[in-house]
Design a protein around this ligand. Structure first.
Ligand code: NAD
Ligand code: UGA
Length: 450
């Protein structure tokens, strides 16, 4: 019998993941619950104004919402109705007390465990979907199984999707990972979760491990990806100093099949809700186990990333005659990457704040992330938010391109140049524009790693 599924947490992970699970498992009921009523209402909105922007998400939700996919705030009812409970709540970096600035804040996680225990009416399989420190499942089990009326088996099924390509990544994953206790009941639970994915993912791509390996693999995978971005950004600075071109270097380095071409694009540094949080979490874990050299190694990845945004502003400062005060600068793109409205940990936010410190008159434009930008920058007065790039740039001294939105290269750059104050500078931190063409028009062009 295919059992019903509830997912606690209707965010960037819970929403898209459960929409795809529901689409591919039409015989299972899937309920996504959240304490945030506004978010749930948006998932249920008649005009499909979903709470997150993700290409193709709306099509999947249209196909299954109300059939076998439901969004609700009734956590108790959903836990009672379902035997398989995914937990996809947020696990941000802890900002207080022990481990502040590094460890994961597990308060949302723990309160979820207590809720599940309170509402359960039978044995349940609990599936960690959130990214968690290794051995969290032990804490979850300790809470759940202490003087409990029912049996709870805790599995780890970390998610590897990237924002902007979430639906594609879910439909065609490189791999799915399910970790669980290597006991008869643990293995039976693993098989139940494997069956959910086997509805559309080839069996050989569904990997099973013990629960600790699964938890640690997720942190390791993000750390490896973040490390590649910091590595190429570290080379970018050297390229600027020596006349080498980072895109040429990356192309040839990545042509080595042992290295591969992906995640070697130099830029303003990685953003997003997870890379920094997960690397810091790894640093904290290493420190907790006395592995101080390993902790320092991973901390270097974060330091390099922070440095990249400081470098952008220092270069701008130098190229704009050592004063930015009262100059108008337009930030093109505020999302942490293209094809998302997500601005969590976006490098554009850091650059905007550093520019505001220099008393720059800032205008921010972004096709999908302006509302989030307004919320993020609400404590700063005087920033102008403008959807139309041509209006955003009127009278500006410089453009700093922060997000590689697909349409930016095909904007009318002559028109943009004509409306700017001269000399007009463009800092393309994503190296996505045609630099030669911009120079021909008359722009002074800065790039990362060139
Ligand atoms: P999010 O903030 O978008 O969503 C989390 C949701 O959980 C929120 O809507 C919040 O209201 C809800 N929530 C918190 N406590 C709750 C409770 N007690 N009961 C019910 N709902 C509760 O976060 P996200 O980006 O979806 O990330 C969730 C987890 O998934 C994190 O651990 C993250 O590291 C991991 N992850 C995220 C991504 C991604 O692309 N965003 C990818 C892989 C893994
Ligand atoms: C990342 C991972 O790619 C996912 O596998 C993982 O599931 C997810 O984190 C998570 O745990 O949340 P995401 O942060 O959504 O996904 O997006 P990425 O495509 O990885 O980009 C992260 C950041 O690195 C972006 O700011 C991007 O612009 C930057 N980046 C990426 C580069 O600067 N250069 C590159 O070559 C690649």
């Amino acid at each position: 019998m295919n059992r019903n599924i509830v997912c606690i947490g209707a965010g960037y992970i819970g929403g898209p993941t459960m929409a795809v699970i529901a689409k591919m498992n039409p015989d299972r009921k899937v309920i996504v619950v959240d304490i945030n009523k506004e978010r749930v209402d948006a998932w249920n909105s008649a005009d499909y104004s979903l709470p997150i922007y993700e290409p193709a998400l709306v099509d999947v939700v249209k196909e299954v919402r109300g059939k076998n996919l439901f969004f609700s705030t009734d956590i108790e009812g959903a836990v009672k109705e379902c035997d398989i409970v995914f937990v996809g709540v947020n696990t941000p970096t802890k900002m207080f007390g022990k481990g502040a600035g590094r460890a994961s804040d597990l308060q949302y996680w723990e309160s979820t465990a207590r809720e599940i225990k309170r509402f359960a009416n039978g044995d349940k399989i609990i599936v960690e979907k959130s990214t968690l420190p290794v051995r969290t499942a032990a804490a979850m089990e300790a809470i759940l199984n202490d003087h409990a009326d029912y049996e709870f088996t805790v599995l780890s099924n970390p998610e590897f999707l990237a924002e902007g390509t979430a639906i594609k990544d879910l439909l065609e994953p490189d791999r799915v990972l399910v970790g669980g206790p290597q006991t008869p009941s643990g293995i039976a639970a693993i098989n139940e979760v494997v069956d959910i994915y086997a509805a559309w993912v080839a069996r050989e791509k569904i990997l099973t491990t013990n629960v600790w390996s699964a938890e640690l693999t997720k942190l390791a995978a993000n750390a490896f990806l973040a490390q590649r971005v910091s590595s190429i950004n570290a080379i970018a600075g050297l390229c600027e100093a020596t006349g080498a071109d980072v895109d040429e270097v990356a192309k040839v380095v990545g042509a080595d099949s042992r290295i591969g071409p992906k995640f070697l694009k130099a830029g303003p540094g990685f953003g997003g809700s997870c890379f920094k949080k997960d690397v810091l979490n790894l640093v904290y874990l290493c420190e907790s186990f006395g592995l101080h050299t390993a902790a320092e190694y991973w901390m270097g990845v974060v330091k390099m990333n922070d440095h990249q945004q400081e470098r952008i502003v220092s270069r701008l400062f130098k190229e704009m005659f050592n004063t930015l005060a009262n100059k108008k600068i337009a930030l093109f793109g505020f999302a942490f990457k293209a094809d998302t409205g997500d601005t969590r940990e976006t490098p554009a936010g850091t650059v905007a704040r550093l520019l505001a410190d220099e008393h720059v008159r800032l205008t921010i434009t972004d096709p999908k992330a302006l509302e989030n930008a307004k919320k993020d920058m609400a404590d700063l007065d005087g920033i102008v938010y403008e959807l139309d790039e041509y209006k955003a740039v009127e009278g500006a001294d410089a453009i700093v391109l922060m997000t590689d939105w697909r349409h930016y290269p095909s904007l009318d750059w002559q028109k943009i140049f004509d409306s700017m104050r001269k000399p007009a500078l463009i800092f393309d931190t994503r190296n996505c524009l045609d630099g030669a063409k911009l120079k021909d028009i008359g722009f002074k062009v800065l790039n990362i790693g060139k």
